[in-house]
Design a binder for this molecule. Structure first.
Ligand code: BG6
Length: 492
């Protein structure tokens, strides 16, 4: 079975920060993949912009290197490369200077009636100044959209200032706040699973679910991003956006439709129902860690402070016991953990159901494991429902847990598209369902801000953990205190 590709309307995408890491690793390869699949219409233009002086040819050479690193050689046929590169051009422009902008104006002058996307792959301090210039230069047409990357601010106050600066030029329906986790294939599948099947919804509540775990583990350290990362930390970098968004998709009520505001209204309700973490409960519900030297898959690695070359209290790991005050979820903890330099690269959501109320089997049957629904975002994307069955054979009744594998990607014979591919095409189609609305960002900061404030006020630093381990022991203690344990996939 093959996926049907519906071409999108012709568009111009102007990427600010076009020579940066995101453009190189994600945006250029994503646009190439959509083009290769025939989704991008003739005449579509990709215009790179940054402070750097560069000719069109130099930008094309930059894009070629990006494609060589991030796109399968089989897809990079000479015809395809030629077609894609012919869409590219470059104009240098700086947010704080007038220089370069008239050239951009001239480039866009004759394309007033086509979809226009400004992708701001730059630091958040440039969002406001760039939007202001776009407005002053009358580059914002009725079909213009702006895409901004996280982090939207450093806390609630700065997020408001940013949103206001952008809001002066763009109306909310034209603002696409990207959270690439929402574009991941299995995250989409979570919605299909919940809302296209009658099976799960009746048991999707505190009467049947014991708890939920969301883990986003990385083996890498901060690599070349220490400058940014040290000002952010795991709570701002991963929890405020990606992890809370995943929590929302697990916890939200069924929306009335997949229309953007219907889905975002439901997510917002979840964010607003998160029980606040205060100085009274933070010690029991939040653990903050920082990796020290240890071992990763590549061998011995330095600690965060050695990489940074200076002292820092920035956390590279955080575990949180979040609670939702609602009829559906009261009493069901959502344990979140994320960190760098953990033993394995793994993102998954695990929903653990309550144990059976009474076992009819005797001891020889073995232990009874609770049912678990595991949604694996990466690697080996898939959805598995763990069930108890009788161990086959003529012997006595022995029970065993096996996964019901609900991963059908192989039978569709499809390459799982990168999240950016789907999200970029959604921007062109004008579909905001998978993008964060302003009030969602505000509500997420409202949950995160008190934790940041507490850390600042207490002056307490993160707990050290050895690279290659699952974070500070306090994170294990946090869940074990509740009589639960962090989930590790069984080897079956
Ligand atoms: C980014 C964070 O948003 O997500 C990074 O800034 C993190 O620190 C990355 O490494 C993880 O994304 P993925 O898709 O590789 O899980």
């Amino acid at each position: 079975m093959t996926t049907r590709i519906i071409p999108v309307d012709v568009f111009d995408i102007i990427v600010f920060g076009a020579t940066g890491d995101l453009a190189q690793r994600k945006l250029i390869p994503a646009l190439f993949h959509r083009d290769e699949q025939g989704q991008i219409s003739e005449g579509t233009r990709i215009i790179g912009t940054s402070r750097r002086d560069m000719s069109d040819d130099e930008f094309k050479a930059f894009a070629t290197t990006a494609l060589e690193s991030f796109v399968d050689v089989k897809l990079r046929t000479p015809e395809m490369m030629q077609r894609f590169l012919s869409r590219l051009s470059y104009t240098a422009a700086e947010a704080s200077k007038e220089e370069g902008w008239p050239k951009l104006d001239a480039k866009l002058k004759d394309s007033q009636d086509r979809i226009r996307i400004f992708y701001l792959a730059v630091g958040p301090d440039l969002f406001g100044p760039i939007c202001e210039r776009l407005g002053n230069h009358n580059l914002v047409t009725p079909l213009t959209r702006v895409v901004i990357e996280k982090p939207v601010g450093k806390n609630g106050v700065s997020a408001r200032a940013l949103n206001e600066a952008i809001g002066k030029v763009f109306k909310e329906p034209a603002i696409y706040r990207i959270d690439h986790y929402l574009g991941k294939e299995t995250v989409q599948n979570l919605m299909a699973l919940r809302f296209a099947n009658a099976l799960f919804e009746p048991v999707w509540n505190s009467a049947h679910i014991d708890h939920v775990q969301i883990t986003v583990a990385e083996t890498l350290g901060v690599e070349g991003r220490a400058g940014y990362y040290d000002t952010a930390g795991a709570l701002r970098d991963m929890v405020q956006n990606h992890m809370l968004q995943l929590l929302c998709l697990v916890a939200m009520e069924p929306p009335t439709s997949m229309e953007a505001n219907a889905v975002r209204d439901e997510k917002l309700k979840v964010l607003k129902s998160l029980k606040p973490i205060t100085s009274a409960n933070i010690d029991q519900q939040v653990v903050r860690g920082q990796y020290k030297a240890g071992a990763s898959k590549e061998g011995a690695v330095n600690g965060y402070l050695e990489e940074l070359g200076t002292d820092s209290k920035t956390e590279t790991f955080v575990a949180i016991k979040a609670e939702i005050g609602s009829w559906r979820w009261n009493g069901v903890p959502f344990y979140l953990r994320t960190g760098k330099r953990l033993p394995t690269r793994l993102s998954e959501i695990m929903v653990q159901f309550k144990p059976v109320p009474h076992s009819v089997f005797d001891k020889t049957a073995g232990p009874m494991e609770p049912n678990r629904l595991v949604i694996r975002l990466q690697p080996d994307e898939g959805v598995k429902l763990f069930l108890m069955i009788k161990d086959p054979g003529p012997g006595g009744m022995r029970l065993k847990q096996v996964p019901l594998d609900m991963t059908f990607a192989e039978s569709f014979n499809a390459r799982n598209p990168d999240a950016y591919e789907r999200l970029l095409m959604d921007v062109v189609r004008g579909n905001q369902t998978l993008f964060m609305r302003r009030d969602e960002v505000t509500a997420a900061w409202k949950f995160v801000d008190p934790i940041l404030d507490h850390w600042k006020e207490s002056g307490e630093g993160p707990k050290p953990y050895t690279s290659g381990t699952w974070g500070p022991t306090q994170a294990i203690a946090m869940i074990e205190r509740d009589g639960r344990t962090w989930y590790e996939a069984p080897t079956v």
